[in-house]
Ligand binder design. Structure first.
Ligand code: AMP
Length: 257
């Protein structure tokens, strides 16, 4: 696996590695969910490029940017043994050089849900993904359905900017209790993990009952400290809730019987 740190590195490594480029952007602290995206990337492209960049602009000042889990050596080993061709690890200055002033805005898909609680978030996401896309210039990019609203925001961005990139959504990777895998799960204590594992159960139930208020009170009685939202959109039930200081999100498809 080759390492790229700058736009120039990517350009010259791409010349050495011809073919269709499948790209997986991440914030690192990799788990099996990320690996499933890499598998999809391998299936769809000739060359797989993964980026690791913890993007400061999508965190609010009170959020976990400083404490976000980082282990670049472990991540690099994992990616190398998965057969990833290029790992792109830009610095903040590479992504946001002095004078970077081409900011874009997230549009319709960003309205409501996450934005009601993290108003800064999707503008941060579209800007960093757009910068990463302009560095990597992929043919295909893979995003997880775990962050379902984010996937819709990226699809909308690609359509609006008319980027020649095919966006592929990857199914949610879960643990044996159905908990969606997430880098932030490492924050959970043993007791919190038990509570966290009930989120997917309540969402699946709500996809049948469509009773969103009962879902909220069930999560609170299960031990969640706060429910940001449980709502229906894009044929799914999407939810965000807090266990202690950890915010979890998940979603399930509504299948009408
Ligand atoms: P992150 O490193 O959390 O920014 O995630 C990088 C990519 O992996 C995003 O497209 C996420 O949606 C995706 N992802 C994270 N966790 C999962 C999961 N459990 N299942 C599927 N995709 C995931």
């Amino acid at each position: 696996m080759q390492i790229a740190k700058t736009f120039d590195d990517i350009n010259s490594l791409k010349k050495e590695n011809p073919g269709r480029i499948a790209f997986v952007p991440t914030m690192g602290a990799l788990h099996k969910g990320h690996l499933s995206l890499i598998q999809l990337a391998k299936n769809h492209g000739d060359q797989v490029i993964v980026s690791i960049f913890v993007n400061p602009t999508q965190f609010a000042p009170n959020e976990d940017f400083d404490s976000y889990p980082r282990d670049i050596e472990k991540d690099a080993k994992m990616l190398s043994s998965e057969g990833v061709n290029i790992l792109f690890i830009p610095t903040n200055e590479v992504i946001y050089p002095n004078g970077y002033n081409s900011e874009i805005k997230a549009k319709e898909a960003a309205k409501g849900l996450e934005t009601d609680f993290r108003p800064h978030f999707f503008d941060g996401v579209v800007n960093v993904v757009n910068r990463l896309f302009s560095a990597v210039k992929p043919d295909i990019a893979i995003f997880g359905e775990k962050d379902f609203q984010q996937l819709q925001v990226i699809r909308e961005m690609v359509e609006t900017l008319n980027l020649p990139i095919e966006i592929i959504g990857a199914p949610i990777a879960r643990d044996e209790y159905g908990l969606a895998l997430s880098s932030r799960n490492t924050y959970l204590s043993k007791d919190e993990l038990k509570i966290a594992r009930t989120l997917n159960v309540v969402l699946r139930n709500t996809a049948i009952t469509k009773d969103y208020e009962t879902a909220k009170s069930r999560l609170l009685s299960n031990g969640f400290d706060k429910v940001d939202y449980i709502k229906q959109r894009w044929g799914r039930v999407l939810g965000a809730a807090w266990v202690g200081g950890t915010r979890l999100i998940d979603n399930v498809e509504i299948t009408d019987f």
